[in-house]
Structures are given as structure tokens and as C-alpha cells.
Write a protein that binds this ligand. Structure first.
Ligand code: NOJ
Length: 563
């Protein structure tokens, strides 16, 4: 039976296109992308067939963490434009049928935020300090941090301030960089301020909010040291609950924000960045009165391995399938501004001509197959700008140009995220590829000419064409279809599942070609025999009834040896 999706649940199957503004398109000749640049390029997103945009933070910020260090939550950073530009963008998107999600960074502010400045200028124990986590240090002179917590970006999670009288004083907590002091969500000022910030943006017409670092928000107020092996780094998905991550109190906040969203017309939604230790902990964030959706990172973190990928998909889906009355869903994602681009992640290292090279051709084919995989799964999908062009990670950025605080806080031991944030190539045969009239804030590789949007637009076998086709077919077949996924038995190394009433998805994750035994092939991305699926390729087949549906079960995929 095909289940119909209520129109109000648009977020259950939306294709969201993530815009990392500073790298999207520059209209003003600063070398950094901006809102007007995005507006000029909106036809690209519309042609692609996306339903919504998610904009990484556009608020006033000193940009120590690319805007995830907010100095004023109600103002637009001048590098990106003015509030009038933001409003014009929201209107234009709505005219074009695109919804707009913004990014709410509520775990921390910037050290440039008026609150933090006031806190540093006020005495210990003051109301100004209580909005953050200030504590005296340990040791005789207070020279040791208050506890052993570490920062996600490397090093300790604490920085000591100089008091107004010039003496070394209290320490403040920052789970990310020293420029991002964590807010104290036990403080009523913080709670009411963010209620107001959320309403401010909903009043201005945004359709949804991506909740940054959702599982970091609440802290155990005692801030106790943890008994964990922190030498492996900051890996919350490997940790059981800690006093600084996935603390129960976070759910009160999410319920509060959900109630605010629900009070608005227009089906506003909350999509969370939730990284926790177990599926049950994850499920808690998706209770009917909390987030509408959360990114499904398990699949993103799986290697190119059929068993692991299937397990990740099943584990994630089990979370949202537990309660049939709860419409909360998953947002699948292969890349974003924090992760190595998946063309590179999926590329094996191979020996070629006596050298070891990253086989980007294989990575690209697998990335295309992964697109057909995620777009066929029940739930929403988030695409990261540039993946539709098949961009690889840029691995060779010079150290002096790297901006990610992770790189600097680990003295270069962790390369960080600049390589996935390189400005987009739009047109032309050399940098800056139409991105800017100036020098791009990060250099683009000289060999990206064939990857530009202009070069791919009229090329029927390009990655861009595949994305466009896949989104179009998905909208037609799965737009209103809300069926669960049904796995089919298939040969080792393959993933085969039905979306009843719509399509059958076959992904060849193995090393041998796979024969497709059922027609028609609705979509695939290899040029050879349409019925023979090479390694690293996927296809969507017309859905065929199985025994369960009362029909004959043709096996859609078998190993080549069965031909
Ligand atoms: C998650 C964001 O995606 C990342 O870019 C940022 O650095 C951290 N949260 C801190 O805000």
C-alpha cells in the first residue's frame, strides 16, 4: 500500500540544498560569497529541483569559525550583505517555491557578542557571567582549568580571562574554539533571549531552523570532570552520556522551541544536528514534540561497504519507524561543510604507474551511486553545495591559507574542514571560475574547468545532469509516496530495496558487475549495457510487485555469473 504524505509534512521528503554562503557566489568583489551572489545564482538551485535552502550562519560574526561564532543573532554580517538582502532573498526563494532554513547556533556565542564582552567586564558571580560557564581554576593560583573537558577542535575546553583589574582570573568553557564561549542554558536570560531570536526569524519568514550542535546545548551544572579516555579526541558518538553532551535537560529546550515553531502558520520545522551514542538517545530528539527531523550521520560515516551501509540505514530507519504516529523523520546527508567531500571519501587509494593515488574516478562513480541511494530512502535529503558538480575535497591547501580553527588548535595535526569549503566553480577555464571578480578567500584548484556548472549544464552525462534527473524522477515517483523501505535479498556486495509503488533501488557496492533482471531501468549513471550494473554504480528500476504485494517476485539483481 502506498501511504500518502500530508502536505503539511513537506519536511518529511524535502530535498534541502545547503548553502555555505562564503563559498557560494560573490557579487561584490570581496572574494567571499554573499547574499546577492546567491540570489543571482538561485536559478541553479531551482533547475536542480531542490525544495529548500539551508543557509549556514549569516549573522554578524568575526568569522573565527566561519560564522558559527555569532556576535549578533539579529543582524546580517556585512560581508554577506544587509538585513534588506536577507529579506529579499527569503521573498525571492518563496516566489520560486523554495523554502528557507537558517542555522541557529545556540550552544555558544562569539567572544565578540555584547553579552560576552559584558561578562568579561563584570565581576565573578555577576548576572553577566552567569550567562556563560565561568569558573575559578584549580590549583593554588587557579592556573589549571576547572575540569578535564576537551574542545571538539583540539586542546582544553577552557580559556582563562584577565579580570578588569588586570589579574589572571576565571576560566570560561568553550566546547569549540576559544572564540566560542558556551552559553549557560540554566540561565533564564539565555532561554528567553533565544525564544526571541527564533521568533524574530520566523517573523521574517524563514521556514525552518537547523539546530547547530543540538546535543551540546545542556550541561550538568556541576561541570564535573569525566572519566573517559580523551586522548583519542572528541568523539561523542563513542561516548555514553557525559556531563557536557547529550544531557537530558536539552529536551526541555527542544520542546520549548518546537512549541514556538508550532505556533506559526506555514509548517515551520526544526532539523537537528544530533550526534549521540545510541539509537535510543537519538530517538529521544525526534519525539513528537521535539525536532521534526535530524541528520542521519550513520550512513555518512560508513565506509563503502554493503554490509556496513545497510546496517547504518536500517539502524537509522529503525529510530523513526518505531512509532507510526510520530511523523518525525531523518534527513540523509553525504557531505556538508564539516566533512570530507564524499567523492574523495569514497575514493580508494590505488597503485597506478608505480605511485599510490586517490582514485577520484572511482570515488565520483560511487558518489553518484550514493546519490541514487539516499534519494531513494524514506526521509529528506540534504545536498551540500558543489556535490552536484562532483567536487572532490581540496587536500593541498597551503597551511598559511587554512582558516579552520581545528587546524590551528591542533597545530596542523588535523587538516580540518577548509578542503570542503573551497569556493564553487561556476564558469570559465581558470580560477576564480566565475565565483568572484577578486581573489577567492580560499584558492580553487586550477584543474576544475571541467567541473564548472557551465561546463556540466549541457552535458547529458555530467554529474549535474544526473542530480537534475534524479531529483526530477524522485519528485515524480516519491514526492507524495510515504512508504517504508523494504529490503530485498540480493547478492553480496549489493543493496537492493523497494519503495513500494514507486521504485526499486539497486546499488552495486561490490567489485563485480551485477545483472539487472527487471525492467524498466528508470535511471542509472553508467553508459554501457543498461542491464549490467558495473561496480560503484546504482540504478532505479520500475517497482514490481513482490509476493508480499500478491505478485510474482522478479529478482531485480543477480550476480553477473547468473547471466
Ligand atoms: C557544527 C557546525 O556544523 C560546525 O561547522 C561548527 O564548527 C560547530 N557546530 C560549532 O558551531
Amino acid at each position: 500500500m502506498t501511504r500518502e504524505k500530508p502536505a503539511t509534512h513537506w519536511w518529511r521528503s524535502a530535498v534541502v540544498y545547503q548553502v555555505y554562503l562564503r563559498s557560494f557566489a560573490d557579487s561584490s568583489g570581496t572574494g567571499t560569497g554573499d547574499i546577492r551572489g546567491l540570489m543571482d545564482r538561485l536559478p541553479h538551485v531551482v533547475d536542480l529541483g531542490a525544495d529548500a535552502l539551508w543557509l549556514s550562519p549569516w549573522f554578524r560574526s568575526p568569522m573565527h569559525d566561519g560564522g558559527y561564532d555569532v556576535a549578533d543573532y539579529r543582524d546580517i554580517d556585512p560581508t554577506f550583505g544587509a538585513t534588506s538582502d536577507a529579506l529579499a532573498l527569503i521573498d525571492r526563494c518563496h516566489d520560486l517555491g523554495l523554502r528557507v532554513l537558517i542555522d541557529l547556533v545556540a550552544n555558544h556565542t562569539s567572544t565578540d557578542h555584547a553579552w560576552f564582552r559584558a561578562a568579561v567586564g563584570s565581576p565573578p558571580g555577576s548576572r553577566e557571567r552567569q550567562r556563560y560557564h565561568f569558573r575559578p581554576g584549580r590549583g593554588e593560583g587557579g592556573e589549571d582549568p576547572p575540569n578535564n573537558w576537551i574542545s571538539a577542535f583540539g586542546g582544553p575546553a577552557w580559556t582563562r580571562i584577565i579580570e578588569p583589574d588586570g589579574t589572571p582570573g576565571e576560566w570560561y568553557l568553550h566546547l569549540f574554539s576559544e572564540h566560542q564561549p558556551d552559553l549557560n542554558w540554566e540561565c533564564p536570560d539565555v532561554v528567553t533571549e533565544f525564544d526571541d531570536v527564533i521568533r524574530h526569524w520566523f517573523d521574517l519568514g524563514v521556514d525552518g531552523i537547523r539546530v547547530d550542535a543540538a546535543s551540546a546545548l545542556a550541561k550538568d551544572p556541576d561541570l564535573p570532570s569525566v572519566d573517559l579516555d580523551l586522548s583519542r579526541g572528541f568523539i561523542p558518538r563513542d561516548w555514553p552520556g557525559t556531563p557536557f553532551w547529550d544531557v537530558e535537560r536539552v529536551h526541555d529546550l527542544l520542546r520549548r522551541w518546537r512549541a514556538i515553531a508550532d505556533a506559526y502558520e506555514g509548517n515551520r520545522c526544526l532539523v537537528g544536528e544530533v550526534v549521540v551514542n545510541t539509537p535510543d538517545r537519538f530517538a529521544a530528539y525526534l519525539r513528537p514534540d521535539e525536532l521534526h527531523s535530524a541528520f542521519a550521520f550513520d550512513l555518512l560515516h560508513s565506509p563503502w561497504d554493503a554490509t556496513e551501509m545497510r546496517a547504518a540505514i536500517s539502524r537509522s530507519l529503525a529510530v523513526v519507524e518505531k512509532d507510526a504516529d510520530n511523523p518525525a523523520t531523518l534527513t540523509w546527508v553525504l557531505s556538508n561543510h564539516d566533512e570530507i567531500r564524499h567523492v574523495t571519501r569514497y575514493a580508494p587509494t590505488v597503485a597506478r604507474g608505480g605511485d599510490c593515488t586517490v582514485a577520484l574516478d572511482i570515488g565520483l562513480s560511487r558518489a553518484r551511486a550514493a546519490l541514487l541511494l539516499v534519494l531513494a530512502l524514506p526521509g529528506a535529503t540534504c545536498l551540500y553545495q558543489g556535490e552536484e558538480l562532483g567536487l572532490p575535497e581540496v587536500l593541498d591547501l597551503p597551511a598559511e591559507l587554512r582558516r579552520d580553527p581545528t587546524f590551528h588548535r591542533t597545530a596542523g595535526a588535523v587538516l580540518g574542514r577548509d578542503g570542503c569549503r573551497v569556493p564553487l566553480p561556476w564558469s570559465g577555464d581558470r580560477p576564480p571560475f566565475g565565483f568572484t571578480a577578486a581573489e577567492p578567500w580560499l584558492p580553487q584548484p586550477a584543474d576544475w574547468a571541467s567541473l564548472t556548472a557551465a561546463a556540466q549544464r549541457s552535458e547529458p552525462t555530467s554529474t549535474l545532469a544526473l542530480y537534475r534527473d534524479a531529483l526530477r524522477v524522485r519528485r515524480r515517483l516519491l514526492g507524495a509516496n510515504d512508504t517504508a523501505l523494504r529490503w530485498r535479498e540480493s547478492s553480496p556486495g549489493t543493496l537492493v530495496f523497494d519503495r513500494p509503488g514507486a521504485l526499486t533501488c539497486v546499488v552495486n557496492v561490490g567489485a563485480e558487475p551485477v545483472v539487472l533482471e527487471a525492467e524498466p531501468v528508470l535511471l542509472s549513471h553508467h553508459q554501457d549495457d543498461p542491464m549490467l550494473l558495473p561496480p560503484g554504480c546504482a540504478a532505479w528500476l520500475g517497482w514490481q510487485r513482490t509476493d508480499e504485494d500478491g505478485g510474482a517476485p522478479p529478482s531485480p539483481a543477480g550476480p553477473a555469473s547468473t547471466v
